[in-house]
Design a binder for this molecule. Structure first.
Ligand code: AMP
Ligand code: MG
Length: 352
């Protein structure tokens, strides 16, 4: 299949209109379109067309029990997709939509079980990225969209990542590298008694607690499946976000971390391996060998979130066989960063 790659132009409304028209037509016709959102790139299909969403699973190599998030462009569509929109959902939609928050609610009958992994709940989000919003409106359908990467790889934050993974397997990629946040949406389950965060993201528990009477975080989020706590979002149990290299997180006081990584890298390079170091603006000059990159500033969790997946993919491009990453703050969006990084490392954390 030839994949159309169409770039949104800053000052060419006419050409952009044609891109949305074409993409909308593809979605209504049961095809696949990748598009930017404020979190990561999504791979979209008509959510109510089972044949179309089956193509998402095939293109990504995604396990069929891992449900999709349905994207809408109008808050009222919540009522079309869910039969039990409760007070909490209304409050959250008012406070955080459009934006990086996904809500889990009891599904309406029109939602096919094939996109909910057989569950009787559905995940719904209204994105704020203007390209996503325009595309959903133009298509006139609800858009089921997981991240636009091959299953298991780091999520795509740039069109080049989508092209690497899915070119030739999907109908169209809309390119607009203004993906800001860099980690996927916060998922909150509202189908239970107490609203529960199933996946951390830019919207934190603290932000949610200002709107909800109570909210808790699923204990499966930061711990290992091996520890016996199985996360409730089906997708969180899979190996995820992983670069080709063997990734380890080194945790401890900054001085110990830097010393450990310097010694480990020297050893690995002596054995002939290519080694990457994921450092920060504040620490990058302290490493003596290896491929050293700053993923952001320790003063800004958002900068690390923004660059995390792109940096993991960059190490792949460089042919890294081992990556040592510093550990980052879990404040604010930092919790989402560490959640993704721990999964990417397959739970390999070295305490020094
Ligand atoms: P992705 O779009 O690739 O970020 O994946 C969507 C995430 O949402 C996965 O982790 C899914 O397991 C989760 N998800 C989607 N629908 C549901 C649902 N009904 N219940 C729990 N988790 C869900
Ligand atoms: Mg994903």
């Amino acid at each position: 299949m030839k994949t159309i790659i169409a770039k949104i132009q800053k000052d060419n409304e006419l050409e952009n209109k044609e891109i949305y028209r074409r993409a909308g037509e593809i979605l209504r016709g049961g095809g696949l379109v990748a598009f930017p959102t404020e979190t990561v790139y999504g791979l979209g299909a008509d959510a109510l067309d089972e044949k179309a969403s089956a193509k998402i699973y095939a293109a990504k190599g995604r396990p069929s029990d891992n449900p999709l998030i349905v994207h809408i462009a109008d808050k009222k569509d919540l009522y079309k997709l869910s039969s039990c929109v409760n007070d909490n959902a209304v409050r959250l939609a008012q406070a955080f939509w459009p934006g990086p928050l996904t809500m889990i609610l009891k599904k309406a009958d029109i939602v096919p079980a094939s996109i909910t992994g057989g569950l009787d709940t559905v995940a719904i989000r209204m994105p704020s990225h203007p390209v996503a919003e325009k595309l959903i409106k133009e298509a006139g359908v609800y858009v089921a969209a997981p991240s636009a990467n091959t299953s298991g790889r780091p999520s795509p934050t740039r069109a080049a990542h989508v092209i690497d993974d899915l070119s030739g397997r999907i109908d169209m990629i809309i390119e607009d590298d203004t993906v800001d946040i860099g980690v996927e949406s916060t998922i909150v389950d509202l189908s239970e008694e107490v609203p529960t965060i199933l996946r951390p993201g830019y919207i934190t528990e603290q932000m949610l607690s200002q709107v909800l009477d109570s909210v808790i975080t699923d204990p499966g989020i930061m711990t290992s499946v091996k520890a016996g706590v199985v996360p409730k979002a089906p997708g969180m149990k899979y190996k995820h976000y992983a670069p080709n290299a063997d990734l380890a997180i080194v945790e401890g006081s900054m001085e110990h971390v830097i010393d450990y990584i310097n010694t480990a890298v020297k050893e690995k390079e002596k054995q002939g391996f290519k080694v990457g170091i994921m450092a920060t603006d504040e620490t990058k000059d302290r490493y003596k060998s290896g491929m050293v990159y700053s993923v952001g500033s320790r003063k800004s969790e958002a900068s690390v979130a923004h660059n995390l997946f792109a940096q993991l993919r960059a190490f792949d491009q460089l042919g890294a066989q081992y990556i040592y990453s510093e550990s980052f703050s879990t404040d604010n969006v930092g919790q989402a960063v560490m959640n993704r990084l721990i999964k990417a490392a397959g739970h390999t954390i070295i305490n020094v």
